[in-house]
Design a protein around this ligand. Structure first.
Ligand code: SAM
Length: 270
């Protein structure tokens, strides 16, 4: 078993708000699928009662400790909604899958709008996370089942829809190859997308996803016309790459302890 690394939070490592979050569970699961893959993780309860995860080796939290569910709504819901309002069959790009908050958000927004996405391309470098999410969609019991169920219940309550509707919508999309659970984003082909949910780990954990080379190429290939993008982050490299690719920036207040977050859009040519 790999050595445990101390907890590290990407957004407020020394914040007093940390005591709003608590480690609910930790685990280590072995996922067979031809190859044996291990994932050491900690499950953390955030300030709004929703779960997040931290994974080896850095144990960076996937969400703000103030509230994973609330953060997802604040940062990503407007982008998903704009895509549904603007494009009849939107293509979504989610970087990365993590616990699937953004995929479930797209599913519930899809139910709300009564429209089906053309594609949800979801990138994740950690194979057990992709396999666990896929297995959960197929109703197999996996160690993260209670976590996915809890997240789905929270959305179901907010959207006033049965949880099973969103789950079966995602399963249908998966079986039609319209939900694609893909590998590391830098190694995959990108489809031009109308909504980009850029939820990579921080520069400390995923430096390769924050270089000017990666960001310029990524937005150049991944942005359709129109395209809406949001992220919890706001840094110079990101803003430059968006501007280089004809996005108009809309810098908003950050979530929780973050000062600023980035929303951006690129319109269809007149
Ligand atoms: C902040 S978390 C995403 C949280 C997720 N959006 C959610 O709401 O649950 C970042 C995710 O990106 C994944 N990741 C790291 N490097 C990646 C890469 N090169 N390509 C795709 N995903 C990557 C991590 O494993 C992690 O699951």
């Amino acid at each position: 078993m790999p050595a445990r690394v101390p907890l590290f939070d990407r957004r407020c490592a020394h914040s007093p708000i940390q005591d709003k979050a608590s480690t609910a569970d930790s685990g280590y699961f072995r996922f067979a699928g031809g190859v044996i893959l291990d994932l050491e993780y900690k499950q953390i309860l955030t300030g709004d009662g929703s779960p997040t995860l931290s994974i080896a080796p850095t144990f960076e939290h996937m969400h703000a400790i103030e509230g994973a569910f609330t953060e997802t709504q604040y940062i990503y819901q407007p982008t998903v909604e704009k895509a549904f309002n603007t494009v009849s069959k939107p293509v979504f790009l989610s970087l990365g899958l993590g616990l699937g908050y953004n995929e479930l958000l797209i599913a519930f927004e899809s139910l709300r709008h009564g429209r089906i996405p053309e594609l949800i391309a979801s990138y994740e470098s950690v194979v057990p996370l992709k396999e666990a999410f896929e297995s959960w969609l197929m109703n197999d019991l996996v160690p993260l089942t209670p976590v996915y169920d809890q997240i789905t219940e929270m959305y179901a309550e907010k959207y006033d829809r049965e949880p099973v509707l969103a789950k079966s919508l995602l399963l249908d999309l998966l079986q039609e190859n319209k939900l694609r659970l893909l590998g590391p984003v830098e190694k995959e082909v990108l489809s031009p997308s109308h909504a980009i949910l850029f939820d990579a780990f921080s520069t400390k954990t995923s430096p390769e996803l924050w270089t000017p080379e990666f960001l310029n190429g990524f937005f150049g290939s991944a942005a359709a016309n129109p395209c809406f993008m949001s992220t919890y982050a706001c840094n110079g490299e990101l803003k430059r790459a968006l501007k280089n690719n004809a996005f108009i920036l809309d810098i908003q207040k950050g979530f929780g302890m973050k000062r600023e977050s980035t929303f951006a859009s690129k319109s269809a040519p007149q």
